[in-house]
Design a protein around this ligand. Structure first.
Ligand code: PMT
Length: 394
């Protein structure tokens, strides 16, 4: 997701510097070009050779090296983003007051925007009002200061001041600096996961949907710059990005209410949830006792949420349904496309190995209003989301 992004990773002299090997590897894996600049103190904590190998780039340390001047202005202009991690109390203080006694700080002072500090220090240093004041100065200048974690610190005490883990830093970079604009301005509504229809206070009717397919769609739309509203049935999963708005629901009725609230203001709607078609006619207020040999449950139909949305679809809105079929797949999917007034339907066949409920992978046939069919390979659910989006906008 960071393909083509040019990132300077400024490493300063704290014990957490050793974690920059992982951070560098993760940034490179995401497709970023990484240029590492170390403070002279940082080389005591992590080897420049390791970082240069992992970043595929020479590590820069001093303003003058090998009889050459390292041009901090060019470096600052080259970079889309400068991450200073770990940012020690000393570096934060120098940065807040404009000191420029290293290549790293000179590059920071030459860079006009997109600067991110990832603090790491002992709790006393972190809580010291001087450090907090320096952070206020940097924040007021629009620099991005990430929070610190709490836990075991290098000094042996437990407390605040731990640097965020490399995975958390990369997630932050992706969410705040990595989103593309191909879907910016678009508002998307997505349903995902199962619904649960109560029989009594301890039992319910549901299905095996994990929510993975809908969540993958939500994350992909969000990565492409869209505003995403996710209506999520009961699942232990959630999207990785904080910016995706999630409304948690349990029953089909709750899912319908949530969809109705957002429907009017969105441009594209993906209904990936596996909504229970039936619910118990009555819900027992007490746990049903195990007395009889047989127990009869009377079920009644849940309202078809998608059909209702199809009826009130406005000009310009794109409505995409999903269909999970076990036989006559194409025929059944086409019937749903028509009867629910959809623009597209994404067909899942229960016959496909590794596809559908619960898997990390999926295989689908996307069908448009004209009946054109686009068959995917077995791909990760994220790639299926990209496959669907690529055909929607082609
Ligand atoms: O969540 P995962 O584990 O990742 O699995 C993904 C998935 C298999 C659930 C997903 O890819 C999928 O196929 N979702 C649709 C499953 C389904 O319920 O299909 P259906 O053929 O019963 O429903 C057709 C469409 O009507 C669906 O868009 C459904 O959301 C919608 N519907 C159904 C019933 C109802 N009462 N209201 C609805 O809106």
């Amino acid at each position: 997701m960071l393909e083509g992004k040019k990132i300077i990773l400024g490493v300063t002299g704290g014990i957490a510097a050793y974690k920059m090997t992982s951070l560098t590897r993760l940034l490179v894996k995401e497709g970023a070009s990484v240029q590492i600049i170390m403070s002279p103190e940082a080389v005591q904590f992590v080897s420049p050779l390791v970082l240069s190998t992992l970043s595929n780039n020479q590590v820069l340390i001093h303003l003058h090296e090998n009889n050459q001047w390292n041009n901090h202005i060019e470096l600052a202009t080259w970079a889309d983003l400068m991450i200073i991690a770990p940012a020690t109390a000393n570096t934060l203080a120098k940065a807040a007051h404009g000191l420029s006694d290293s290549l790293l700080l000179a590059t920071f002072l030459s860079k006009k925007s997109n600067i991110m500090f990832v603090p790491a220090m002992d709790e006393d240093m972190w809580l010291n009002p001087i450090t907090q004041k320096n952070i206020d100065i940097l924040t007021s200048l629009d620099h991005d200061i990430l929070p610190v974690g709490e836990g075991f610190l290098a000094s042996g005490i437990e407390g605040k001041g731990r640097m965020l883990e490399p995975e958390e830093i990369v997630l932050y970079v992706k969410e705040n600096y990595g989103r593309t604009k191909s879907m910016s301005g678009k508002k998307i509504l997505i349903t995902a996961g199962p619904t649960q229809e109560s029989i009594d206070p301890v039992r319910f009717i549901s299905n095996h949907s994990s929510g993975k397919m809908g969540i993958a769609l939500a994350e992909t739309c969000y990565e492409n710059g869209a505003e995403v509203q996710l209506i999520l049935g009961p699942t232990h999963l959630k999207p990785i990005y904080k910016g995706i708005e999630v409304v948690s629901v349990a029953t089909a009725e709750e899912m319908k209410v949530a969809c109705d609230i957002y429907f009017n203001e969105v441009n594209i709607i993906f209904m990936a949830a596996a909504v229970a078609d039936y619910k118990p006619m009555t819900r027992s207020s007490q746990k049903i006792k195990k007395i009889e040999e047989e127990l009869e449950l009377t079920l009644c139909k849940n309202e078809d949420i998608l059909k209702g949305l199809g009826l009130k679809k406005k000009e310009g809105q794109v409505l995409i349904g999903f269909a999970l079929e076990s036989e006559n797949e194409i025929e059944n999917a086409l019937a749903k496309l028509k009867s629910k007034n959809l623009d597209f339907i994404v067909l899942n066949s229960l016959k496909d190995e590794g596809a559908g409920f619960g898997y990390d992978t999926n295989q689908v046939t996307l069908i448009n209003k004209k009946g054109d069919k686009f068959q995917s390979d077995l791909l990760s659910k994220k790639d299926i989301a990209n496959f669907i989006l690529s055909h929607l906008f082609s």
